[in-house]
Write a protein that binds this ligand. Structure first.
Ligand code: AMP
Ligand code: ZN
Length: 143
């Protein structure tokens, strides 16, 4: 727990939230500045800053909660959704407690998450990066 962290305060019920769902290790609640109706955040109850630091068991539980919330968004609001993780400052992470955004999407909603500036990159370079990353995964996870 981090005493200064707003999401830890939500977990400890020191700050209220619009809770949607809770498991032993995870909690889902509405974003207070939503990009779309039903914009939801799914967080671990434990203070973990980034996904690389997240225990696999907790991550599994987070994804199970994402699936449940996503199912609700699809069925109830007849929406698709983006699952967004801002992992680190350069990626736009403002709150240093791991959280997945589930952002409901419908045709023509004008939300611009997926319309960010794209890189100019050729196929060869893409192949090289993919190969390099695959090798790194094998190396790091000893696969
Ligand atoms: P980011 O760290 O940029 O991925 O996003 C943090 C998100 O947390 C923003 O979308 C905020 O609107 C949201 N947020 C900040 N404080 C609260 C709060 N007390 N309850 C719910 N959502 C919050
Ligand atoms: Zn925290």
């Amino acid at each position: 727990m981090s005493s200064e962290c707003i999401f830890c305060k939500i977990v400890k019920k020191e700050v209220p939230c619009y809770k949607i769902y809770e498991t032993e290790k995870a909690i889902a609640f509405l974003d207070i500045n939503p990009v779309a109706k039903a914009h939801t955040l799914v967080i671990p109850k434990k203070h973990i800053e980034r996904i690389e630091l997240c225990d696999d068991e907790i991550l599994k539980e987070l994804m199970m909660v994402v699936k449940k919330v996503g199912t609700v968004i699809a069925k109830t609001y007849h929406s698709d959704f983006n699952l967004v993780l801002n992992n680190g400052e350069s990626a736009g992470q403002l709150i240093k407690h791991l959280h997945f955004h589930i952002i409901p999407r419908v045709k023509g909603d004008g939300i611009t998450i997926d319309k960010q500036r794209t890189l100019e990159i050729d196929k060869k370079e893409l192949e090289k990066i993919a190969k390099e990353m695959a090798e790194q995964i094998r190396r790091i996870f000893k696969e």
